[in-house]
Design a protein. Structure first.
Length: 184
């Protein structure tokens, strides 16, 4: 499979985004595992790193919640860049929607840069989120509300409706269509 992943070469960054339950963590981990030198940068790790004083993102987020979200995105981009500069393919995964996706693309300096937006149907994401043990900081959001934010996001990179795919099938499609995900 090395030839198939040659477009996603060492030193590049792949941003994998989508709403809660879209399959970001699973797909990012599987994609990273297919690459010869890779790192999986989990944006949620930066949210969870705040032990005291964390403010979760909610539909009525205040200024502090937004400040912490931007910090999280800045840290994710910085870490992905550092892995890229060190010769790894960084697969950076987080919920990045709306204008924040374009801002994140601007923050990341490593090239080539790829953006993959996992966009399964809202009911599929909702069912996937309910079926897992993972507890997130997005409890006040409904799948429909998050999906509406996603659908209003500028069309950057490769958008995949992964509703009817298994994670390996989604990764296969990302690998096959990597040049469509390229944003530089």
């Amino acid at each position: 499979m090395a030839g198939a992943t040659s477009a996603l070469r060492s030193g590049s960054v792949v941003v994998v985004t989508g709403i809660q339950g879209a399959g970001k963590s699973t797909v990012a981990e599987l994609l990273a595992s297919r690459l010869p030198r890779s790192a999986h940068v989990r944006g949620d790790a930066f949210r969870r790193a705040v032990v005291r004083g964390r403010v979760e993102m909610t539909p009525t987020a205040d200024e502090e919640a937004l400040r912490q979200l931007h910090l999280r995105y800045e840290l994710g981009a910085m870490v992905a860049d550092r892995y890229g500069a060190s010769g790894f393919t960084a697969v950076y995964q987080d919920i990045i929607v709306g204008d924040e996706l374009a801002a994140t693309v601007e923050r990341i300096r490593s090239r080539p840069l790829y953006v993959v937006v996992l966009a399964p149907r809202a009911e599929v994401s909702g069912r996937r989120a309910e079926d897992r043990d993972k507890v997130s900081g997005y409890g006040d959001w409904t799948p429909d509300a998050l999906d509406a934010l996603l659908r209003a996001t500028p069309r950057i990179g490769l958008w995949l409706d992964s509703s009817d795919q298994q994670p390996n099938e989604t990764v296969d499609e990302i690998v096959q269509r990597a040049e469509e995900a390229r944003v530089d």
